[in-house]
Design a protein. Structure first.
Length: 140
């Protein structure tokens, strides 16, 4: 299996230098085999903006194989990260993404306001994904 580490590092350097659009599109255009390495970068990143960026790159590959990572990201404490995961799961509308969204209903929050925001966004995402599946426009 080829390693994409040099290309990923190069485009992440472009990201850090402010060439965000080019970095994004270049990473999305990498072979889907780069997804595990991109997932590792996401998990290792501590900067919220970079985590959101990487998660967006990952789901834009439009591969059902990233649903477990998106499901994991729904548990992130940072709303920008879990909202990006919701976007990805809606875009990948399938039985698996609906299942991942449904499982997130049990997520617990210390702050009732945070819980309310999450649940509202989650229910909207479930409804959108179900609509996409019914329309037949999803990736199944």
């Amino acid at each position: 299996m080829p390693t994409f580490a040099p290309q990923i590092a190069y485009y992440l350097e472009r990201y850090h230098e402010g060439d965000i659009d080019n970095a994004f599109h270049s990473l999305v255009e990498l072979d889907h085999e780069a997804l595990p390495e991109l997932a590792s970068e996401f998990r290792a990143a501590t900067d919220t903006r970079l985590r959101v960026f990487l998660l967006g790159v990952i789901w834009q590959h439009r591969q059902q194989s990233v649903i477990p990572l998106l499901s994991e990201a729904l548990l992130d404490s940072e709303p920008r990260v879990w909202k990006e995961a919701l976007d990805g799961l809606v875009t990948l509308a399938s039985r698996a993404s609906i299942q991942a969204l449904g499982a997130a209903r049990t997520r617990q929050f210390a702050n009732p306001r945070d819980a309310e925001e999450f649940r509202s966004c989650l229910e909207d995402a479930i409804q959108q994904a179900e609509t996409e599946i019914q329309r037949g426009t999803s990736l199944k």
